[in-house]
Every structure is written in structure tokens, then in C-alpha cells.
Design a binder for this molecule. Structure first.
Ligand SMILES: Cc1cc2nc3c(=O)[nH]c(=O)nc-3n(C[C@H](O)[C@H](O)[C@H](O)COP(=O)(O)OP(=O)(O)OC[C@H]3O[C@@H](n4cnc5c(N)ncnc54)[C@H](O)[C@@H]3O)c2cc1C
Length: 540
């Protein structure tokens, strides 16, 4: 068995394999370094707290495995799938959506000997790039091919952060290994906060496609699912209909369409298939100079340190009351992109939606993050009589439309200096930004719902107490950050993973309300695939 040692190093030592190997060998008490056949990092995190272990300055904590000759060598990272050539038609499973949930569901199905047929409304990952470039140039928004829709799903042109708050829901480690197997860098296996970067993600997604095709799966691009085909008693799914009128039949359908697929929620509602409104979050994206965030977080400038990140959360008065007195509302940072860009993540013309992405080097001069507040059912209660379970989604749409009207056309977004937003005073000035389509000065705090502006303001003041200098005239907020989480849940049974009313229908990933982020959607997709296998096997 290899020996694992924990070491704490300066950023410079940690960046150099000779230095950390020597430090690990010394810490392990191994007298002859030549006895070590193999050395690998298994955990790495940055410790920016002051005076840790009596040492001043930022340190890197590492766990390193040392393999002696007698220990053999670690197994290469791999995963296996069965032989799916000539799988009988009864083993075909439709997977709607080629985002992380759909792709990982497909891989798991293959591993279990089933044949996925992936139907994706958007284009393959490289063709999709042209549509994204057009959006950045303030040109046409293709409603089937954009930052949210297309091969790889919403996370493809992103920062590719791979951490999740809940690692217990499925096989998180396996999901990381699959990404590494398909070309993601090895560091994702040991970094405390792994990320891939938007420049590398498309290649990883394309490699996953090749695996699926080689193993006998099918992928149909430019294929939007427009209807679910149900049995005469409406209690079982039999297949799907696509935008070009084609009908594709299967006993099980994985619905992994993401939370921007509003047409899918509308379809389910129209067909009387149960969906539920759920709490979600909206707000703005805040942009600082990365150098300022580095100074606040590290209190030093060190070329060996990565661009600093932050993760902030506060509870502020909600403006709502309960029997127990005033209620609180969460405000938190979301999808922080160090050294990144703000991008237009709308899916239809006439909306204003921003999000963030970073290249793998996280080397842009700006840092951005969503700063969002919880939207509770009471906040959109007046819309419920008109829209039922779609009320939260309509509220989300309304704000996106208001943002568009304030932006003044195409993808230009409203922006406000952070001190003016938090202080509630007029400013009229905008700052340089990474947001390519451009920004226009707007009193965002005045036109967004009052409860949101108040919560966000209170949140910014709290954040400044934890990160002194965060609330500054050198930062600005850009709107609207509206697609952080799904406003709708497509329910499923805990025991079967299936929709409670429709046998064979398996809601998965973020759009179903069971995941938030690339890795949790991936893990959920794989778990749903196993539920599909149990369903099909139990029917035979
Ligand atoms: C710009 C941006 C940056 C992000 N950065 C990060 C990050 O760094 N880290 C992180 O963890 N998360 C990030 N996210 C969020 C993350 O991308 C999502 O949580 C994740 O992709 C959800 O996976 P999913 O498979 O459930 O859904 P999605 O990724 O949304 O995939 C759904 C897929 O279904 C397809 N589809 C929809 N409707 C239909 C239909 N009717 N027929 C056929 N196909 C359909 C869509 O085209 C899409 O490809 C980011 C999102 C954006 C937009």
C-alpha cells in the first residue's frame, strides 16, 4: 500500500514537482529517495488564513502518495462499459438533452449494457461556437443554439467548476474520473476546488461524444423534442415526437433538458403531467478587478498563486413576516469566475440574462460572480392564480424582460456601480467590463422588485464586513442573473426515480430540480440511468 503524507508548502514550492516530492519523501521519513517508484498528489488546497501554524502568508496544503517498488503502481484512471453492439431495441433508452445530466446518463446506460439515443435541440459543440460568437456580437440569438443549449449543455462555455455542496448523492469521484479520462487535466482529481475552463471543456465534451458513439449509442443534434408520447391511459411514456414530426419510441425517457427549457415545462403542464413551483434565486452579477480580489483574499501578490476566489453567504431580513416574527432571506455568491468574463446566457431574443465563464488559466483581469437572493413562493404569489406551477418561471421571465428593456436592445445589459447600487444613490457611470455586448448605466436598484434590491443591498454590506474592500466604487453590478436554479420541479419518486404519474419518464438534472451545477447534474444523470435499468429489468 502506498504511504500518504500531508505537507504544507509555499505556493512556489507547491508549483514545483521536484520540491513537493522531496518534501513528501522527507515527511515520510524515507531515507533513500531512489526507493520511491511513483509519487502523486491526491489532495491540494490553498490556505489563505493568516498565521496558520505560526507561519505568515498563504500556504498550500497537499496530501501526497508515495509508492515504493514493492507497492506496485496505481491503477490508471478508467471506466468500463459493456458490449452494446446489436443491443435489442427493447434496450434502447431515449435521453433528451446532451448536458452533463444527459451525457452522464448515456455513459452509465452504456456501462450497464443499454443503448442511449440522445436527442439534443442544439448543435455539436464546435458548430455551436458560431452561434455563441453571434450572440456576443449583438447579432441574432438562435433559440436552439446558445450558451444554454447545444452539446455539453449549459456548462460547456463556462468556468467548468466541478465542486458541489452535496457529494453524497452519487458517485462524485467517478464523475471526475470520467471527465479526466476524456481529457480534463489530472488536477481535477485532487484539487479542493477543481475546474476545467471554457477553452478545454469543448474538447472533453467532444471526447465523451466519441465514447458514446463508439460504444453503440446514438446522438441526434438539431433535434428538439416537442411532445411526449403517452399510452392511451396516460400512465406510461412510449416515446417522443421531435420538431420535424419524427416519432421515436422507447420504454424509458430520461428528461434532462436543463432549467432554461421553458417549452418543456409548458409542455408538461399542458399535458397535465405534474410539475411544481419551487424556490429559486435571482440577482445580479458583480464584477471587480481580479487584482483587488487577490489583494483582499491573499493580502499579497504572488505569481505562484492562482486567481483568488470567494464564496459568500448572508442571511438578511426578507421583508416577509411569519408567526415567529420577521423572516430572513439568503443572499449568496454563485458561480464565482476568477479571471473570467461575463457572458450573455439568454435563450431567446428580448431577454437579459447574464452568467460567467473563465478560461483554464483564469487570467483575465476581471473577477465576477452572481450575487443572488432567494425568491420564495410568497414573492410571486400574485402570479399563481394565472400561471399555477409556472408562476415562478413567469416571474423570472418578467425580470429578464425588464432587464432587456433597460439594456436598450440586443444583448446590451444594464449596469450600475456597486456603491451606487448598495447605497441607493444615482451615479450614471459605468466601468470597463469583460461583458462584450456592452453595458448601459441604469438604476437597477430602482426598477427591480424592491424586496430583491433590499436583500441584495443588505447582502453586499454583509459581504464587505467579511471581505473588506468588496463594496467599492471600483466594482459594478450587471443584470440580470436569473438562471441560477430551476423555478420548477418535475417530481420523481424516491424509490423508482420515476415521475409519480407517468411510468418510464425519468426527470434528471438541473431542469428537474434535482441538481445545481455541472457535477451534481452529471452525478444525478448517472443515478437516474441506474433507475432506468432497474425499471426495464423489472418489467422483463
Ligand atoms: C455561462 C454558464 C456558466 C456556468 N458555469 C458553471 C460552472 O463553472 N460550474 C458549474 O457547476 N455549473 C456552471 N453552470 C451551470 C451548469 O452549466 C448547469 O448546472 C448544468 O449544465 C446543468 O446540467 P443539465 O444536464 O441538468 O442541464 P443543461 O446543461 O442545461 O443541459 C440541458 C440540455 O438539454 C437540451 N434541451 C433542452 N430542451 C430540449 C428539447 N426540448 N429537446 C432536446 N434537447 C433539449 C439543451 O440544449 C441542453 O443541451 C454554468 C451555466 C452557464 C449558463
Amino acid at each position: 500500500m502506498p504511504q500518504t503524507v500531508e505537507i504544507t508548502l509555499t505556493p512556489k514550492e507547491a508549483a514545483d514537482s521536484t520540491s513537493y516530492t522531496a518534501a513528501a519523501i522527507k515527511a515520510a521519513g524515507i531515507r533513500s529517495p531512489e526507493d520511491v517508484a511513483f509519487c502523486r498528489v491526491v489532495r491540494r488546497s490553498i490556505d489563505a488564513r493568516r498565521h496558520t501554524s505560526g507561519i505568515m502568508g498563504v500556504r498550500v496544503n497537499m496530501a501526497v502518495e508515495l509508492w515504493l517498488d514493492a507497492d506496485g503502481k496505481p491503477e490508471p484512471v478508467h471506466f468500463e462499459w459493456g458490449d452494446v453492439s446489436n443491443v435489442p431495441a427493447s434496450r434502447e433508452v431515449i435521453v433528451v438533452g446532451a448536458g452533463p445530466a444527459g451525457l452522464f446518463a448515456a455513459l452509465e446506460l452504456i456501462e450497464r449494457g443499454f443503448k442511449p439515443i440522445i436527442l439534443e435541440r442544439g448543435k455539436d459543440v464546435s458548430t455551436r461556437k458560431a452561434d455563441i460568437a453571434a450572440i456576443q456580437r449583438n447579432e441574432r440569438v438562435n433559440p436552439d443554439s446558445n450558451y444554454a443549449f447545444g452539446e455539453g449543455g449549459a456548462g460547456t462555455y463556462s468556468d467548468g467548476k466541478l465542486y458541489t455542496r452535496s457529494k453524497k448523492r452519487g458517485n462524485y469521484r467517478k464523475a471526475l474520473e470520467i471527465l479526466h479520462f476524456h481529457g480534463a487535466p489530472e488536477e481535477i482529481l485532487y484539487d479542493a476546488h477543481p475546474h476545467i475552463g471554457t477553452d478545454r471543456l469543448p474538447r472533453v465534451v467532444a471526447a465523451m461524444r466519441e465514447t458514446i458513439l463508439t460504444a453503440g449509442g446514438r446522438i441526434l443534434f438539431d433535434t428538439r423534442v416537442t411532445d411526449l408520447l403517452l399510452s392511451p391511459d396516460k400512465r406510461a411514456v412510449q416515446g417522443v415526437e421531435t420538431g420535424n414530426g419524427e416519432r421515436i419510441m422507447a420504454r424509458a425517457v430520461v428528461l434532462a433538458t436543463g432549467h432554461s427549457a421553458r417549452d418543456i415545462y409548458e409542455l408538461l403542464h399542458r399535458k397535465g403531467i405534474l410539475i411544481e413551483a419551487k424556490p429559486f434565486a435571482m440577482g445580479v452579477r458583480v464584477e471587480h478587478r481580479q487584482e483587488l480580489i487577490d489583494r483582499i483574499q491573499y493580502k499579497t501578490v504572488d505569481p505562484y498563486l492562482p486567481a483568488a476566489t470567494y464564496s459568500l453567504v448572508a442571511q438578511v431580513p426578507s421583508g416577509l413576516k411569519s408567526g415567529m416574527g420577521p423572516r430572513m432571506r439568503g443572499v449568496y455568491s454563485f458561480c464565482m469566475c476568477p479571471g473570467g468574463f461575463i457572458v450573455p446566457a439568454l435563450t431567446e431574443a428580448g431577454e437579459c440574462v447574464v452568467n460567467g465563464m473563465s478560461p483554464s488559466g483564469r487570467n483575465n483581469v476581471f473577477a465576477n460572480a452572481g450575487i443572488v437572493t432567494q425568491i420564495l413562493p410568497e414573492d410571486f404569489a400574485d402570479l399563481v392564480p394565472h400561471f399555477g406551477p409556472l408562476a415562478g418561471m413567469r416571474f423570472q421571465q418578467q425580470l429578464e424582460k425588464m432587464g432587456y428593456a433597460q439594456g436598450g436592445g440586443a444583448q446590451v445589459a444594464p449596469a450600475q456601480r456597486l456603491d451606487s447600487f448598495a447605497g441607493g444613490f444615482k451615479c450614471g457611470e459605468t466601468l470597463p467590463t469583460s461583458y462584450h455586448p456592452g453595458v448601459v448605466a441604469s438604476d437597477m436598484d430602482k426598477w427591480m422588485p424592491r424586496f430583491m434590491a433590499q436583500a441584495l443591498r443588505a447582502g453586499f454590506r454583509e459581504f464587505d464586513k467579511r471581505m473588506r474592500g468588496f463594496l467599492t466604487a471600483e466594482a459594478q453590478v450587471i443584470g440580470i442573473e436569473s438562471r441560477t436554479s430551476s423555478p420548477v420541479r418535475i417530481p420523481r419518486q424516491r424509490e423508482t426515480g420515476m415521475h409519480p404519474q407517468v411510468a418510464g419518464l425519468f426527470p434528471a438534472g438541473e431542469g428537474a430540480g434535482y441538481a445545481g451545477g455541472i457535477i451534481s447534474a452529471a452525478v444525478d444523470g448517472a443515478a437516474v440511468a441506474n433507475a432506468v435499468v432497474d425499471f426495464i429489468r423489472s418489467a422483463h
